[in-house]
Design a protein around this ligand. Structure first.
Ligand code: CP
Length: 310
């Protein structure tokens, strides 16, 4: 059984293979040659226990463009609300012989646990604060296209690092591809022991952004803060929100990224987010469809060239 549960266990070669295949899907999607096929007769089930706009919609579009039968489970109206557990829900769906399960869950490790219980391929669409592998892959594809390479770049990941699965997956991916990663944000939102990942940590935005090629902004994940430190939004924007003045410390050609959803005026100024010369936020969304098509394609082949099983 082969799954995509995280970036941590992927090799540099596997990441490059996924990005190269994604690139082919970008071209097809842009040439209006969208219905690539390849997954006819396969059944893909989206199980999102947490809210999503981008990830769920792009997995659905990706599956349909590849010709799969796609079922979007509405977890809010499912028997989970009557007390059925994640595992029992997964076993129930497994009995219907799906080929691919795409799962988002609020608990770190829940998707890996589920993958042990079912017979089909499982894709982690975000588990707690652990990993969001397809987000890191689409971010990598966006960076590679814009910068012409995915190595020896200085990437500043800014904001609520402690609660962010996007930060974790990006940290693994960018590190594997030999980039210089900086984590920038309040001390209270920085995970302990992060130094072991070979990153630089900054509390001051201007120092963290100095000379950066890529500025990746993250939102405050208040839903994971357990009543801990929640700064006022005004104070937060003043110190860590990305505006033109702070961005001027990065390279002149630095790109601005955000995985979404965005909170304008909190972690990012709306004008920066909409600046087509700097912001690649909409391109990230576009890359999301191509990357998810590539991942579905590879996993559905089971013996695909990348041998994803992590
Ligand atoms: N980036 C991301 O995961 O967005 P959604 O929560 O909208 O899927």
């Amino acid at each position: 059984m082969r799954h995509l549960l995280g970036i941590e266990g992927l090799s540099q070669g596997q990441i490059t293979d996924i990005l190269d295949l994604s690139e082919r899907y970008v071209s097809r999607n842009r040439q209006n040659d969208k219905h690539a096929g390849g997954l006819e007769g396969k059944t893909m089930v989206n199980m999102f226990f947490e809210n999503s706009t981008r990830t769920q919609a792009s997995f659905e579009i990706a599956g349909k463009r590849l010709g799969a039968d796609v079922l979007n489970m509405s977890m809010a109206t499912s028997s989970v609300k009557k007390g059925e557990t994640l595992i029992d829900t997964a076993l129930t769906l497994n009995a219907m012989h799906p080929d691919l399960l795409v799962v988002r869950h609020q608990n770190s490790g829940a998707v890996a646990l589920l993958a042990e219980k079912v017979n089909c391929a499982v894709i982690n669409a975000g588990d707690g604060r652990h990993e969001h592998p397809t987000q890191a892959l689409l971010d990598a594809l966006t960076i590679r296209r814009r910068k012409g390479r995915l190595h020896r770049l200085t990437v500043a990941i800014c904001g609520d690092i402690a609660h962010s699965r996007v930060a974790r997956s990006n940290l693994f991916l960018l590190g594997k591809m030999e980039n210089r990663v900086r984590l920038v944000g309040p001390r209270t939102l920085m995970p302990t022991g992060v130094d072991k990942f070979g990153v630089e940590v900054f509390e001051d935005m201007r120092e963290g952004l100095a000379g950066a090629d890529v500025v990746m902004m993250l939102r405050l994940q208040k839903e994971r803060m357990d009543g801990g430190f929640i700064p006022s939004e005004r104070e937060y924007f003043h110190r860590w929100g990305l505006d033109a003045e702070k961005l001027s410390f990065a390279r002149d050609d630095a790109i601005v990224m955000h995985p979404g959803p965005m909170n304008r005026g909190v972690e990012i100024d709306g004008e920066i987010a909409d600046d087509i010369n700097r912001s690649v936020i909409q391109e990230q969304v576009e890359m999301g469809v191509a990357v998810r098509m590539a991942v579905l394609d590879l996993l559905s082949r089971h013996n695909g060239p990348t041998g994803i099983d992590v």
